[in-house]
Write a protein that binds this ligand. Structure first.
Ligand code: B12
Length: 216
């Protein structure tokens, strides 16, 4: 299929840690009318996964991880303006954050991008966000959904701390909580009292969409 060659070029630009190539591939893909969401989820994201595997096997070091993250961000900068926001009369709010102690933001940013494309108003708090700050923002913005991201085994329990803090503040029943990251599971979500867990941005965003549809 015609889109495939553009997706492969994006993936290879990430794998080659090549800023120039990712910008070029992203511009060419957008120029050719490739679906911008596919460019992210089926082009650049699979490249990032392979970089992760190379890090795990010792072929790549931390320096390469940092560069790969930056290269992906450069690609996102080109693609983001092409992502059309779905028309929605009452835009539902969503707050999203990577929990305290965790600096990984690529997956969370993809989720935020997809949410905006699906008609949500997104308050993205960034990375390394303490529970107290998340509670303050939920109090202030009153979102329909709170999304939490954690990639490290040591920071996953922080998502449970946020939910406990929501409960303590009397906010838990007012907001749905979705957790995400490569190691989350339905069992883990149940254990910490989250409503849903997702290892995949597209699936997670569909769940959010279903929730707000149900809620009217
Ligand atoms: C890039 C990367 C980094 C970059 C991050 C750059 C950035 N700006 O984000 C840098 C170099 C900073 C980094 C640092 C570290 N990293 Co790192 N990193 C990775 C790597 C290679 C890729 C992560 C990534 O971006 N993947 C691509 C995205 C698209 O996937 P994703 O994050 O999983 O997100 C998807 C889903 O999980 C889901 N999702 C994610 N969040 C959410 C949230 C919601 C609400 C929903 C619905 C869905 C969702 O949707 C996304 C798209 O489908 C992974 C390895 C891997 N295979 O994943 C290691 C990895 C996560 N890192 C690891 C480690 C150990 C570290 C360090 C401790 C290394 C060190 N020795 O210092 C530090 C920790 C820093 C910190 N305090 O956070 C380990 C974690 C092991 C563990 N289980 O705890 C991994 C698994 C590598 C490994 N095998 O050792 N890292």
């Amino acid at each position: 299929m015609a889109e495939e060659k553009y997706l492969v070029a994006l993936k290879e630009a990430i794998l080659n840690l090549d800023y120039g190539a990712v910008v070029k591939a992203a511009k060419e893909a957008m120029g050719a009318g490739v679906d911008p969401l596919r460019a992210v989820t089926d082009g650049m994201a699979p490249g990032m996964s392979i970089i992760g595997e190379k890090f795990e096997t010792g072929e790549y070091y931390l320096a390469e991880l940092v560069v790969a993250g930056d290269v992906m961000r450069e690609g996102m900068k080109v693609i983001n303006p092409y992502i059309k926001e779905e028309g929605s009369k009452t835009r539902k709010k969503m707050v999203i954050a990577t929990v305290e102690g965790d600096m990984h933001d690529i997956g969370k940013s993809i989720v935020a991008t997809l949410l905006i494309a699906r008609g949500f108003e997104v308050v993205d708090l960034g990375v390394d966000v303490p529970a107290a700050r998340i509670i303050d923002v939920v109090n202030e913005h009153k979102p329909a959904i709170l999304g939490l991201s954690a990639l490290l085994t040591v920071t996953m329990p922080k998502m449970g701390e946020v939910i406990a803090a929501l409960r303590a503040a009397g906010l838990r029943k007012k907001v749905k909580v979705i957790i995400g990251g490569p190691s989350v599971s339905a069992k883990f979500a149940e254990g910490i009292g989250a409503d849903h867990s997702s290892t995949n941005a597209v699936e997670g965003v569909e769940k959010c969409k279903d929730w707000v549809k149900e809620g009217g």
